[in-house]
Design a protein around this ligand. Structure first.
Ligand SMILES: Cc1cc2nc3c(=O)[nH]c(=O)nc-3n(C[C@H](O)[C@H](O)[C@H](O)COP(=O)(O)O)c2cc1C
Ligand code: SF4
Length: 501
């Protein structure tokens, strides 16, 4: 199927037409009309999370800007993004972005890092977000009352296989095990060392130290990131790793369990949450036979014939690794429950090798494959995974992912998903870059500003892949008019030429 056959969401004229499109794709997701407003509206319902009342059912997902300083402090661009997240009206702020716990775990030389040297600047960042939230607070009944601060977490990470701490063009992977497909992509040879057990233990100490700093900065919780191919996520699939952190599920979750224990002892009282990729598939790549000048082909699974049973994924069917299998992720939820965790952000895959399942988009980043399926199918897959987990583990507060591609119909599906119990909270990713106050507009019953709706042009991903700060270049004036926009165009043109365009 080529992209011309995909549903063009912006051309649909009503919720009815959108429902018709879903039906043609055989997608079953709740989509309500009208979207309710006021104190009884499903999306305006308060919810208890980590002992606090969160005022509504929206969450801003973590989104990195590749715009920190070389020593890991935020820049003015970072602060602007966090202020916009604060002003969005979301009751929960998850992130606001991945922050490395030490230098070698940075995904790029401009990723934020939480250390004793940077913590004052990161505390200030949080304060700016809180101030911006309180200045913009709009109660659902329209009656002004005490301004409410959102519940704010900080996402702690080590980028593992995708670390590039010193130079964006120089991968410095920290790997948990050798991956037959991903190793090839960055020339990791068979003798390349895997992270030692002792190094994993030292890394856990760094997380514990960072969590203590996060608590001192005033964050309500930390997210011990286990998603998107980074180290925590990779350890969940370390079937082939010998020793205490590989092999059995018990061993593959040891890092997570030890992290929780270490954070609890270094930062008593701090909330702990996890963002986890609950399913994955074998890495995808552009189909060379369908690439055209200047444009990579649609995604197809990389050749995995020599790697079956596929012991290199989490939430993947080992016999048929193009299919998902939620049995192990469900077992991990049982472990999270034993650990006493209650807040989980459900995501999937990785932006590096399975971007169509992780952030459904009609227009991929310019170095990425074209969508192999209608992106609405990807949205539905994410929503159904959260629904299934919520059915089995209703005690968890779940944040769902993958709502941006719904575009005009995001509020309709969000309301349906919350009312039907598919998720507790609706996570907003890219839409929060182009149009953060879609949340406030939705809660207030204002018509959506169609000019600011994210159309998944992916410039916010293409730019950092070219070493340029991330942002919504097509729709956010601040980026459109910046010098970075010119650099982005130059980089896109150069890539197109390299692809023969
Ligand atoms: C520019 C950009 C940066 C991102 N950075 C992070 C991050 O730091 N941590 C994370 O867990 N997810 C990150 N994500 C993924 C988003 O949180 C979200 O899962 C994804 O965009 C899908 O949600 P959406 O469809 O609402 O955009 C990022 C996504 C984008 C587009
Ligand atoms: S650049 Fe803007 S429109 Fe494009 S995906 Fe990112 S947020 Fe959406």
């Amino acid at each position: 199927m080529s992209s011309v056959e995909f549903v063009k969401v912006p051309t649909l004229r009503s919720v009815e037409e959108f429902r018709g499109a879903l039906e043609r794709l055989a997608i079953d997701i709740p989509c309500e009309d009208p979207v309710e407003v006021g104190t009884c509206a499903p999306l305006a319902q308060p919810i208890q999370i980590l002992g606090r009342t969160v005022s509504n059912r929206f969450c801003i997902q973590p989104m990195e800007g590749w715009d920190g300083t070389p020593d890991g402090r935020p820049s003015e661009l970072t602060a602007r993004r966090w202020r916009r997240f604060g002003a969005s009206g979301a009751g929960l702020i998850w992130g606001c972005e991945a922050v490395a716990v030490r230098h070698d775990g940075r995904a790029n030389p401009r990723q934020l890092m939480l250390t004793s040297e940077t913590s004052a600047a990161i505390a200030q960042l949080r304060e700016e977000l809180v101030r911006s939230a309180s200045e913009s607070y709009r109660p659902p009944d329209g009656v002004p009352s005490r301004a409410q601060s959102p519940l704010i977490g900080l996402q702690l990470t080590h980028s593992g296989r995708f670390s590039r701490p010193n130079d964006r063009d120089r991968p410095e992977p920290v790997i948990a095990y050798h991956h037959p497909i991903l190793d090839r992509r960055v020339n990791i040879g068979p003798d390349y060392p895997t992270i030692t057990d002792g190094e994993i233990r030292r890394l856990i100490d760094c997380y514990a130290e960072a969590a203590k700093l996060a608590q001192q900065c005033g964050f309500d919780f930390v997210d011990l990131k286990h998603c998107h191919g980074y180290l925590g996520h990779e350890l969940l699939s370390a079937h082939t790793r010998p020793g205490p952190y590989g092999g059995s599920l018990e061993n593959r979750t040891r890092f997570l369990r030890e992290l929780v224990e270490a954070v609890r002892s270094s930062a008593p009282g701090l909330g702990i949450a996890v963002r986890v990729s609950v399913f994955d598939i074998v890495p995808y790549e552009p189909d060379p036979s369908r690439s055209t000048p200047g444009k990579l082909g649609p995604g197809v699974p990389s050749d995995y014939c020599d790697a079956v049973p596929y012991l290199y994924g989490f939430g993947v069917d080992p016999e048929q690794p193009t299919e998902i299998d939620l049995s192990e992720p469900l077992a991990v939820f049982a472990i999270l429950q034993e650990l006493g965790l209650t807040l989980v952000n459900v995501t999937a895959g990785s932006p590096y090798y399975s971007h169509h399942i992780q952030r459904p988009a009609l227009y991929p980043p310019s170095d990425g494959y074209q969508p192999p399926e209608d992106p609405l199918v990807g949205v539905a897959r994410l929503l159904h995974a959260a629904r299934y987990i919520k059915e089995v583990y209703p005690e968890f507060v779940l944040v769902g992912t993958g709502y941006t591609y719904l575009q005009e119909y995001l509020p309709n599906v969000a309301q349906g998903a919350v009312r039907s119990g598919w998720t507790d909270i609706v996570g907003i990713g890219r839409m929060a870059l182009s149009y953060p106050d879609i949340i406030a507009d939705c809660l207030a019953g204002h018509p959506l500003d169609r000019k600011r709706i994210c159309r998944t042009f992916s410039d916010c991903t293409t730019a950092p892949r070219a070493g340029i700060v991330s942002g919504c270049y097509p729709l956010d004036e601040h980026y459109r008019r910046s010098t970075h926009a010119h650099a982005l165009q130059v980089a896109k043109d150069a890539l197109k030429r390299r692809l023969g365009g």
